[in-house]
Design a protein around this ligand. Sequence first.
Ligand SMILES: Nc1ncnc2c1ncn2[C@@H]1O[C@H](COP(=O)(O)OP(=O)(O)O)[C@@H](O)[C@H]1O
Ligand SMILES: [Mg+2]
Length: 257
Amino acid sequence: MSAPETPPPPAPRVSIEDLTKYYGQTLVLDEVYLDVHEHEVVCLIGASGSGKSTLLRCINQLVPYDYGTIRLDGVPVDDPSFGKTGLRKRIGIVFQAYNLFPHMNVLQNVTLAPRKVHGVGRAEAEDNARRLLGLLEMANFADKYPEQLSGGQQQRVAIVRALATDPDVLLLDEVTAALDPELIGGVLDVIRDLKDQGMTMAIVTHEMGFAKDVADRVCFLEDGRIIEEGLPEQLLVDPQEPQTRRFLQRIIDAGRL
Ligand SMILES: Nc1ncnc2c1ncn2[C@@H]1O[C@H](COP(=O)(O)OP(=O)(O)O)[C@@H](O)[C@H]1O
Ligand SMILES: [Mg+2]
């Protein structure tokens, strides 16, 4: 009797090979390899300047890189078939500074890209925006302007805006770093909910407790290299590499783990 055929493992959603980037003479990403699979949450940790933001920005082509290949569902992200707007529809990104347009209300901020860039009709874009705002408990804020919202509320709107194009992958770059401590938990809860809904995410965070909780895998970066990666309970509790140990010890000394 022949053994039942095991299906091949699914191809990664995002696949990064040998990614290398310089800013001038400075090597910022040094032969980075990283896969993110469907529904997977990968957290990137590391000291300031280790290349985390640059890595995320390379994935959706916000910054150019020098060597290597990044693929989305097997297709290089610089393939002309995507176009810049096509790629950014499929890979959403949210930054520490939420960058909402101050002269637009919440609904306008959220519907801008779907309407102007992706040609979605107004009614459909607004229905979708209101649905997403509802999911993130922001339904009552559709008519407010950014300055009328707390930092946590603005960051929720920025996340809704990234979700409004129905991306396949969401990149989050220290989205709670600018928030007052009492507002951080609510935004982290939103990200946990997205994970529960199956969103594929790469998350840069300094919130180690959150990383332990939400990550399927954690990668530690230093000087543009992924020094170590592993399950959160392994990497964050019993790291193998001396650099990772030193980094985590500093976090522990600062009372943040
Ligand atoms: N626009 C830029 N021009 C020149 N150097 C940059 C630029 N952005 C980042 N860098 C440098 O690249 C390195 C990695 O930065 P970054 O990706 O922001 O790290 P992280 O997000 O881990 O703090 C740092 O040395 C930083 O100074
Ligand atoms: Mg950064």
